[in-house]
Design a protein around this ligand. Sequence first.
Ligand SMILES: O=C(CO)[C@H](O)[C@H](O)COP(=O)(O)O
Length: 220
Amino acid sequence: MATSQDELKKQVAQAALKYVKPGSVVGIGSGSTVNFFIDALADMKDDIEGAVSSSEASTKRLKSHGIEVIELNHVGELPVYIDGADEIDEHLRMIKGGGGALTREKIVAAVADKFICIVDESKQVGRLGQFPLPVEVIPMARSYVARQIVKLGGDPEWRQGFVTDNGNLILDIHNLDILDPVQLEQQLNNIVGVVTNGLFAARKADIALIATPDGVKTTE
Ligand SMILES: O=C(CO)[C@H](O)[C@H](O)COP(=O)(O)O
């Protein structure tokens, strides 16, 4: 019988537990794969100091398991950050932000010593860019930022009705030819009104755990 995608997500979430250091604070991403990780982490809650969360949704789930959520500003060391991705390439560069939590995810990832990316094999790509690239934008800059994105060759689409945890909006960029992810990440961030974008190329993952029907594969 074929392994379901949820089963793969559960397996990769379980495999990530071995990277959690007893006594430490754990950085937690967002999304359905991370939800499985949070559920698995609940069994270890007495062995960790707590968690730093990258979204209101993850905070709620962590608290529902009785896992203490600590404000990032109160944390000195964050050995690992565990998060999913919408796409990941062979260099462990990613597109993230399908759930709209990209800015807080990027902040927590920046603080962490190691970024462990947990995905099922459907997220692996040869070249980033099939998944629309999310950009978090200050609301009053929406039209201006959209015009600048068109100049870069992309087709921005306003994720209407969606508000980020930071009170901003999301433009999803379609049809972008991403030749140099590091350069594009910087170019997009340089547009006034952009908070950040979903390319995780300058700070990519350190380890990818990829769930396949034959087991979880590790890439470093
Ligand atoms: O970046 C994210 C949220 O902003 C998620 O990590 C990404 O969308 C993957 O989610 P899922 O595990 O549900 O496929």
